[in-house]
Structure formats: C-alpha cells, structure tokens
Design a protein around this ligand. Structure first.
Ligand code: SF4
Length: 163
C-alpha cells in the first residue's frame, strides 16, 4: 500500500481515522473544523505560488540555500504538532531516499511560530515503525474500535463513530 503524509498525520490523531481515510469514507464536509482547515489552507496559499510536488508528496514551501534545501509545511495551529512533525519527517525521508538532504520547518502563521525539524536516525526508525503499523491498520477488514479521545469533538467522523 501507499502510505502518504496525510495517513502519517492521522496516525498520531486516531488509528480509526487512518482506516476510515484509507478506505475513502468521506467525513462530514459541513463540519466546522473541516471548513476552517480549508479556509486556512486557502488564505495561506494566497501568499505562495503553489504547492511543490516531489514524487507522491507535496510540500507547501521549499527554500534553497547554496548547499541545503529546507521544506516547509504550513499548519493552522500547533495543537497537533507531533502529527505535523512526523508528516514532515516523512517528506524528509522521501527526499533522503532520492539522495536529497533537506531539513524541515513547521510554520504556524496565525501564531507567528516556526519549528525546525531534522530527520535524525532515531526519528527514521520511528517513522519506519509507524509506516509498518499503518500498513497493518489499513489491511484490516474492519476499522479499529472507537476510542474516545480529545480529538473526537473536532473530528469530521463524529457522527459516523458515535451514531
Ligand atoms: S470521532 Fe474520534 S474515534 Fe472517530 S475517527 Fe474521529 S477521532 Fe477517531
């Protein structure tokens, strides 16, 4: 299966959500958090040219110095920083596999905050383990059970999980 940055992100939020997304179960499009995410995405991109694609991953920003590349991901808040960090680490690992050494930046325009992200050896190991776990989750025929967590009240799958 093709693990992507979005699944890596959701893995840190909710394992059930990973399964639902992978199986193309569409969340409630009228959910206010989904609408806010879309809005933040659009206003952020008004200031940027467009996303940069590399293979099957897309970055929001790429900066290049003489001997180094920095890729950036823009997020609406640092509420999900660990998820965002691993999403960016995944992008860095895809670049590394292609022989490109890069570092990352998480950008939170609404909080005027930026966080540096580096692909250290221990992070690479953790990332491989996460990818293996996502593979296992997505190959199951049923989604993992609902585990109430602090993200449920903001989740577009609320009605699906709690109906
Ligand atoms: S509502 Fe909760 S359990 Fe269901 S997918 Fe969302 S975060 Fe996961």
């Amino acid at each position: 299966m093709n693990v992507n940055g979005t699944l890596i992100w959701y893995y840190h939020i909710c394992k059930r959500e990973v399964w639902l997304m992978y199986n193309h179960i569409v969340p409630d499009q009228n959910d206010e958090n989904i609408a806010l995410g879309r809005f933040m995405h659009e206003i952020t991109y008004q200031r940027q040219e467009k996303e940069i694609s590399f293979g099957h991953v897309k970055f929001d920003i790429m900066m290049q110095t003489k001997d180094h590349i920095v890729i950036g991901e823009t997020k609406k808040s640092d509420r999900y920083e660990e998820a965002s960090r691993y999403q960016l680490l995944y992008y860095l690992s895809v670049l590394k596999e292609a022989g490109i050494s890069a570092s990352g930046l998480l950008l939170y325009p609404s909080q005027k905050k930026r966080v540096k992200v580096e692909l250290a050896l221990n992070e690479e190991k953790k990332l491989k383990e996460i990818i293996r776990n996502i593979d296992i989750i997505c190959s199951q025929t049923e989604p993992p059970e609902v585990e109430k967590n602090r993200f449920c009240k903001r989740c577009g799958y609320r009605e699906y999980c709690y109906a």
